[in-house]
Ligand binder design. Structure first.
Ligand code: FA5
Length: 340
């Protein structure tokens, strides 16, 4: 018998001991039991050429080798799958006694808090909340608002242009036009949103800030309605009787135009650091919608009149939350923002 069965068995034991994963086990099985070129298969093929007298011994030795190879492969296969199961159990074990992870809660930005409060006040007064684009064409930014060619507001020192006839809106008054084009009188809308100006940042200026526009168009709307609305708004916002003052002013899209102030809630009109000694705090601009603006937006000024107002939310937030510098609002300082 020329086949070295002991040598083959030792060689198999050696190889099977170094199997580390399913892949090498598969390769080892092919190498030993593969149908075409497996080492055990090769030995079986020799059977026919073994002299009849030796055949029984050869067969016995062959069976023993085959048995060793098959059980060896089987054993290592089981070990591997056991090892894999234990690793899986370890990986997926859930310790239900561990304390839960804290969920970090976000904070609403102070401007958002105030904007929502303003929206609530006006919605209770029968206004709906309107939205408009932050990038506007020259028509909505200037022409429709009766701002003539050559007006300083059109200059690139004041307005942030995106292209020759597109610019970031510098006031929410642009939404007046969208609202009048979308709806028919009587209409009452407010439009809170971001506006952009080439203003140098300081304690009361940011190049990006929030305004809220108000527009009320219908039959027989007068300045008295504007005044009553603003007074009621201030009363609801500050929770107490807070007198409002109107001063004549000019905005091309209203006639007459005014600016309105509310009495300083710190000194009650005597003059202090907060109101810079005047007793009043500026809230924004307002006026009766210019007939030309109504006409451009498709509303007949012979039948309808309206008032509009626009005020800065950031400065109101400064008053509401006692801030002495509105730049804090956009400083992204979590120590500041987490207080709200
Ligand atoms: C206007 O923007 C007019 N559109 C208001 C208006 C609406 C008039 C409807 C008539 C009819 P003004 O430029 O004054 O007006 O701005 C209004 C408010 O925005 C100011 O009172 C102020 O509170 C705020 N504001 C203006 N510039 C800044 C700035 N750079 N940073 C923060 N707040 C600002």
């Amino acid at each position: 018998m020329s086949t070295n069965f002991d040598g083959l068995q030792a060689q198999f034991e050696n190889e099977v001991a170094s199997v580390a994963d399913a892949e090498s086990l598969r390769a080892l099985r092919d190498r030993w039991l593969g149908r075409k070129a497996g080492l055990v298969t090769d030995v079986r093929k020799q059977m026919g050429s073994i002299p009849a007298g030796d055949r029984a011994a050869f067969g016995k030795a062959f069976n023993a080798l085959q048995q060793v190879v098959e059980t060896g492969l089987e054993r290592v296969g089981q070990e591997l799958s056991q090892r894999e199961n234990s690793a899986l159990i370890e990986r997926e074990t859930l310790d239900v006694t561990l304390p839960g992870r804290d969920v970090t809660m976000g904070h609403e930005h102070p401007v958002t808090i105030l904007r929502r409060k303003i929206e609530d006040i006006f919605v209770r007064m029968g206004y709906s909340v309107e939205d408009g684009p932050e990038i506007e064409t020259t028509f909505f930014n200037f022409d429709a608002l009766n701002i003539p060619e050559g007006h300083p507001a059109r200059e690139s020192q004041d307005t942030m242009y995106v292209s020759e006839d597109l610019a970031l809106r510098s006031q929410t008054s642009t939404v007046q036009i969208h609202a009048m084009q979308r709806r028919t009188p009587p209409l009452r809308v407010i439009a809170p949103g971001r506006v952009f100006r080439r203003d140098t940042p300081d304690a009361t200026h940011n190049p990006m800030f929030f305004q809220v526009e108000g527009l009320n168009v219908g039959e027989g709307i007068t300045l008295a309605d504007l005044r009553g609305t603003c007074e009621e708004f201030v009363r609801q916002l500050f929770g107490a009787e807070a007198p409002v003052r109107f001063r004549a002013s000019y905005f091309p899209f209203v006639e007459p135009g005014c600016e309105f102030d509310y009495q300083c809630f710190v000194c009650k009109g005597d003059g202090c650091r907060v109101c810079k000694g005047s007793g009043w705090i500026e809230m924004g601009g307002a006026g009766m919608v210019h007939p030309q603006v109504l006409r451009t937006a498709g509303i007949d000024p012979e039948l309808f009149s309206g008032f509009a107002f626009g005020f800065g939310i950031d400065r109101l937030a400064a008053r509401q939350f006692d801030l002495d510098d509105i730049r804090l609002l956009y400083s992204n300082d979590l120590r500041f923002l987490e207080q709200f």
